[in-house]
Design a protein around this ligand. Structure first.
Ligand SMILES: *Cc1c(COP(=O)(O)O)cnc(C)c1O
Length: 236
């Protein structure tokens, strides 16, 4: 099963690359897949990977390497790790030493903790604010007015750099609903760019997964996070 999936990884990457505009970053979501799958994608030119569980993230970064201190002497020295999952504040040290960016800052409590960790460690951590756009009843993610409030007070946060927004569309086959979600975050992103021209780093819009990334690029995605369509189904 695994070896069959490995064969498909290069083909899957090729077929995505044929469609993905070159300026849109492809984050290969490798969660639940073994290092062999990551190495296969890496050998086929993929450099950006996303993980959503702190322990798995740390273990993979420590064994494969990447763009973090110490990561340059390991097998994949130029691999860029994105953290994309729910992060509890007691797990920061498993994630922040290795992450090029945390895409899933979904609460003020987490933001404060990441900011404090960055300041305490002499770092400025790149983050995206996760915006709640889907229909699912989840407490995770910010609403528009909360994001505005944070950005108006951005100078309070010396340990993080606000790099943009991340969102997940409703989990549905209804394409109109997905479009409405992407439209909402995309318009809000445009609004924020106009409102805060001085935040020159606030440029990234991370929307789109295996089922909806082709729609997301129509709404200004600057990166897409694709797992299943690259690595095949996950064995939970
Ligand atoms: C798992 C995950 C993805 C990738 O999902 P696929 O449907 O497998 O492409 C993207 N974003 C987040 C936040 C995820 O947790």
């Amino acid at each position: 099963m695994i070896s069959e999936n490995l064969v498909m990884i290069s083909e899957n990457l090729d077929s995505i690359r044929r469609v993905l505009p070159p300026e849109v970053k492809l984050v290969a979501v490798s969660k639940f897949h073994p290092n062999e799958a990551i190495l296969e994608a890496y050998a086929h030119g993929q450099r950006v990977f996303g993980e959503n569980r702190p322990q798995e993230f740390a273990a993979k970064a420590q064994s494969l390497g990447g763009l973090f201190p110490g990561g340059e002497s390991l097998p994949c020295p130029d691999l860029e790790w994105h953290f994309i999952g729910h992060l509890q504040t007691n797990k920061l040290k498993m994630v922040l030493p290795y992450a090029s960016i945390v895409e899933s800052v979904d609460s003020a409590h987490l933001l404060d903790a990441v900011n404090a960790w960055g300041s305490a460690n002499g770092r400025v951590i790149d983050i995206l604010l996760e915006m709640h756009i889907g229909a699912e009843e989840t407490k995770q993610g910010f609403h528009e007015e909360e994001i505005l409030e944070l950005l108006f007070n951005a100078e309070k946060y010396r340990g993080v750099r606000f790099c943009g927004l991340m969102g997940m569309a409703s989990h549905t086959d209804d394409e109109d609903a997905i479009r409405a979600d992407f439209q909402r975050i995309s318009l809000f992103m445009d609004y924020l760019r106009d409102l805060f021209p001085e935040y020159s780093a606030f440029t990234q819009l991370s929307i789109g997964m295996s089922g909806d990334w082709k729609i997301a690029i129509q709404y200004g995605a600057t990166s897409v996070r694709i797992g299943t369509a690259i690595f095949g189904p996950r064995a939970y």
